[in-house]
Design a binder for this molecule. Structure first.
Ligand SMILES: [Ca+2]
Length: 211
């Protein structure tokens, strides 16, 4: 009986712990609430007034599935995007995921990329996984247009981590001409507590119940 209850407690805590810790990761506020952004906007359609065919909305107006659109500034390494920083714990595994798309008529060309990044930082704001963080996954000019691509990856927070930033960015990586924009949606950042932490929580529940 005790073992069964312990198992159920662990299972329940794991369920709670698996929620994303980002604010407005689906952009359904219709604006960039929770995010810092540059050369980018929140939209439910592209800038020419055409629908994002990949989100299942096929007629102008009445969309409602807001997405994050990022574009560059026309120069090599020029970029635009969104960033959100949240508190993080060293040694914890963080899984980041997002959907990304580029569309016909505003597609990524040449070296244009739409990239999902993670940057771990210490309390003094120093980056801990490279000077510009780490590219976790991306779409490129070669990615199939007009459909959402799932980007994801997991990284363990390095020693001294107190915060982590999720970055969604469109960047021009070649001398050009590169063009286009990258759309992002349904961004999640999920910390995964260690097994020992979960067992500890399960045991805590068990002891409290037995009193
Ligand atoms: Ca959305």
């Amino acid at each position: 009986m005790k073992k069964v209850f312990l198992f159920l407690s662990v299972f329940a805590m794991a369920g709670i712990a698996n929620a994303s810790i980002l604010t407005n990761g689906d952009f359904q506020t219709g604006d960039a609430t929770g995010w810092g952004n540059w050369n980018s906007t929140i939209t439910d359609q592209d800038n020419s007034g055409n629908p994002l065919t990949g989100n299942g909305k096929t007629t102008a107006g009445g969309y409602g599935d807001f997405t994050a659109k990022a574009w560059g500034d026309g120069q090599q390494w020029g970029n635009g995007g969104f960033g959100q920083t949240v508190a993080a714990t060293a040694g914890t595994l963080y899984t980041v995921s997002a959907e990304a798309m580029h569309i016909t008529g505003d597609e990524l060309t040449n070296g244009g990329i739409g990239v999902l990044k993670l940057t771990f930082r210490d309390a003094a704001n120093n980056p801990l996984n490279g000077p510009y963080g780490e590219e976790i996954a991306m779409i490129t000019a070669g990615s199939t247009k007009d459909i959402w691509h799932s980007l994801s990856g997991s990284r363990e927070a390095p020693v001294d981590t107190t915060q982590v930033e999720v970055t969604l960015m469109m960047q021009w990586t070649t001398t050009g001409p590169d063009g286009g924009a990258a759309f992002f949606d349904n961004v999640e950042l999920v910390p995964e507590p260690t097994t020992m932490a979960l067992l500890g929580l399960g045991g805590l529940f068990l002891r409290r119940r037995r009193k």
